[in-house]
Design a protein around this ligand. Sequence first.
Ligand code: UDP
Length: 330
Amino acid sequence: MEKILVTGGAGYIGSHICLKLRESGYQPVVLDNLSNGHRDALANDIPFVRADIRDRAALDDTFKTFRPTAVIHMAALIEAGLSMEEPASFYEVNTAGSLNLLEAMRQHGCWQIVFSSTAAVYGNTNLEMLDETLPVRPENPYGRSKAMIETMLADFCSIYGLRAIALRYFNAAGADPAGRAGERHNPETHLIPLALSAAARQRNGLKIFGSDYDTPDGTCIRDYVHVDDLAAAHIRALDYLIAQTNSFFDIVNIGTGKGCSVSDILLFCQEVTGSKFPISTTARRPGDPARLVANPAKAKSLLNWTPRYADPREMISHAWSYYFDNSEKS
Ligand code: UDP
């Protein structure tokens, strides 16, 4: 069975990708420093290396021991808001850490990588939909740290012959429909899990960060994509890269093409949970673009990927089931 090294594989999206890899006949090997991930998010028999992507010796050992066919590289700091306070950490972990990983791949002859990029690279635009040909203009250091990695990948592909696909994630949401994995960040900063904890009365209501954006209801619009669909997109990208014989680089949005405002999401959370938790408005969160909605056409044409769950209510409903069944876990 082909082994796939999954950096950051014990995190929210990573744990769903590991489920899909196994269902698709691949053997995941996870490398994660557990700064945000959880060992118990993964089946016990998945090989697990507790290490940081900045630790070259640990990467060398991992490549020598497991000889993976490809890497799915997700390990990163992910909070755009935090990156406005601590940019250095984002460049160190995300950008320098990725360079370290790419150098280890080159040394050990591993030539395929699916990279977790982000819609944050687009920054503020007034466009209905974002397509991959737009210039990148990230609004925050998080987006810039990821845009730099895309640039490095392009160079490694054209000069060293790497094969890479950067998936620009829009807003991952939901949980495994069978309840085997879900979202557990600590501290939690994401909209839907925070709203669900408010619905469960584990926190006192939810604050909307800004209602004076240039959008129909004044709150930010995002494209929420089910984590199970997002995981499936990685398998498509991996299959695609493994079938390539020459160097290859491309960038693909993974979103549904439908925008949903913060207010809409909160109303859906109240509807799905049946809990009318209090909602108030506070100041904008620095670095938040008003609208980020994918043009998903390339995901369909290149990877034949389309989302199975496009309604945010389904995502919230799966997340709510997971929340309910796992609320005792930290
Ligand atoms: N948001 C909010 N209140 C919160 C958390 C998030 O209004 O307590 C907003 C946030 O400003 C953004 C949207 O919800 O417009 C999605 O934020 P999240 O952190 O979930 O994902 P991001 O878009 O930053 O990747």
